[in-house]
Structure formats: C-alpha cells, structure tokens
Design a protein around this ligand. Structure first.
Ligand code: 5GP
Ligand code: ZN
Length: 111
C-alpha cells in the first residue's frame, strides 16, 4: 500500500532501527518505546488488521511468533519476561493500519 507508514519502513523510504529481516518479516524498534525493549514485528505483505488476514495465510502469524521468541532471547528478556500484543481497530488502540505485533519487556509490566 502506497500510503502505509510501515510499508514505507519496509521499503526503506522511512528510516527505522531494524532488528530483524527475512523474506516475509521485518522487525524494528518502536519510535516511542513503552519499556526498555519495545520492538514491532510485521509481515512484509500488507494487511491492514488481523481481520484482513485470510485464514490460509495465518502461517505468517506463526512465523512472527518464531521471530519474537528469538528476539526475546537476543534482547535479554526471554527469561525475565515480556509481553506480545496486537492492537486491532480503533477500540483496540490500533494507530498504524498494517498488521504488527509489539514485543515489550525489560521492566515489570502491569496488567
Ligand atoms: P499501534 O497503536 O498501531 O498498535 O502501534 C503503532 C506503533 O507504531 C506505536 O507504538 C508507535 O510508537 C509506533 N510508530 C509510529 N510511527 C512510527 C515510526 O515512524 N517509526 C517507528 N519505529 N515506530 C513508529
Ligand atoms: Zn502496509
């Protein structure tokens, strides 16, 4: 999608602090971190929300979780603990309409 912020980040049109990339996935540091570790993990293919991801393409979500598991180790929060979450649509708190997961850790998180 042309006007999607995260698509522009994937293409390098907007700079990002990349922490991981493969054929299908891109991960980078959140620009406004809520904790010492705050990463965003996204599919390279554009889907606005999880609602728009067809069932037959849900394998990308498993791939994202595999990457998050490895990034948790790399960023030193696998054992101390961390949170992964996806905000979906307005009342879910979604601001950027390109599917993404947050990986947050490095401090005690509250419910
Ligand atoms: P959402 O609320 O949509 O789940 O989260 C969007 C996230 O993207 C927010 O945590 C916000 O800080 C982050 N974000 C917004 N614009 C940029 C940007 O240009 N670069 C980076 N690295 N993160 C961004
Ligand atoms: Zn996009």
């Amino acid at each position: 999608m042309n006007d999607c912020l995260f698509c522009k980040i994937i293409k390098g049109e907007i700079p990002s602090d990349k922490v991981y990339e493969d054929e299908n996935i891109y991960a980078f540091k959140d620009i406004n971190p809520k904790a010492p570790v705050h990463l965003l993990i996204i599919p390279k293919k554009h889907y606005a929300t999880l609602n728009d991801l067809p069932d037959e393409e849900m394998g990308i979500i498993a791939e994202i979780h595999c990457v998050m598991k490895k990034l948790a180790v790399k960023f030193g929060v696998a054992e101390s603990g961390y949170r992964v979450l996806a905000n979906i649509n307005k009342e879910g708190g979604q601001v950027v309409y390109h599917v993404h997961y947050h990986l947050i850790g490095g401090r005690q998180l509250r419910a």
